[in-house]
Ligand binder design. Structure first.
Ligand code: 5RP
Length: 224
């Protein structure tokens, strides 16, 4: 199966975790796009969605799925999202699509995080994928030096030759050269640096379940 077919497969498998009659949390990315497309088939059985990006909101609305502001909803039963890396404890690197801040917000208001990914995302130690960090632009240089002190090389993510501007009006640093052996402690540490909006390590909001598209089909990983 191609990577695209595996994404379709896990996107469809995630429907099993959507609770009828409720509002579902929806992430961002090419795998989530497959989930959104599949969700259209059961749109009359859910109240709608809380979305983690302008891109997902547009796709949901185009398919006739109501999108609620996260402030209108106290708690969500489930959040479905992709990942750039996932380890054996369900900790993830996210933000390849620059939506990490809203993704972490929606994940935090959800009782269950279901990650959908293909097997290329599975790792033993987080850090091979450049770590996305959403930052306030005036802090970029100082944060670059702070990551250098940890052995990382930070680069401002560009789009059309200019710094990419997130849905929240901020910039993204992509940090290479890190080996994140203690994701919880790392996330706590970097989150406290002035100018960091969101670090793309999801350890406090780790996945409870991962639907992993592998050659043989969908493998379900559950984390304690
Ligand atoms: C967006 C994300 C995505 O979940 C992550 O980048 C995976 O994307 P894809 O499903 O396209 O591989 O964190 O900010």
């Amino acid at each position: 199966m191609t990577q695209d077919e595996l994404k379709t497969l896990v996107g469809q498998a995630a429907l099993h975790y959507v609770v009828p009659g409720e509002i579902v949390g929806v992430g961002t990315g090419s795998t989530v796009n497959k989930f959104i497309d599949a969700l259209a088939a059961m749109k009359d059985r859910i109240r709608g969605a809380v979305s983690s990006s302008e891109a997902s909101t547009a796709r949901l609305k185009a398919l006739g799925i109501a999108v609620f502001d996260s402030n209108e909803v106290a708690e969500l039963a489930v959040y479905i999202d992709g990942a750039d890396e996932i380890d054996g404890q369900g900790c993830m690197i996210k933000g390849g699509g620059a939506a990490l801040t809203r993704e972490k917000i929606v994940a935090a208001q959800s009782r269950r995080f279901v990650c959908i990914a293909d097997e290329s995302k599975r790792v033993t130690v987080l850090g091979k994928f450049p770590l996305p960090v959403e930052v306030i632009p005036m802090a970029t240089q100082r944060l670059t030096r702070q990551f250098a002190a940890l052995g990382g090389r930070a680069a401002v993510r560009l789009k059309d030759g200019q710094p990419l501007v997130t849905d929240n009006g901020q910039h993204i640093l992509d940090v290479t050269g890190l080996r994140i052996t203690e994701p919880l402690a790392f996330e706590s540490q970097v989150s406290q640096w002035p100018g960091v909006v969101t670090v793309g390590v999801f350890a406090h909001q780790r996945a409870h379940v991962c639907l992993l598209g592998a050659g043989s089909g969908v493998e379900t990983l559950t984390f304690q």
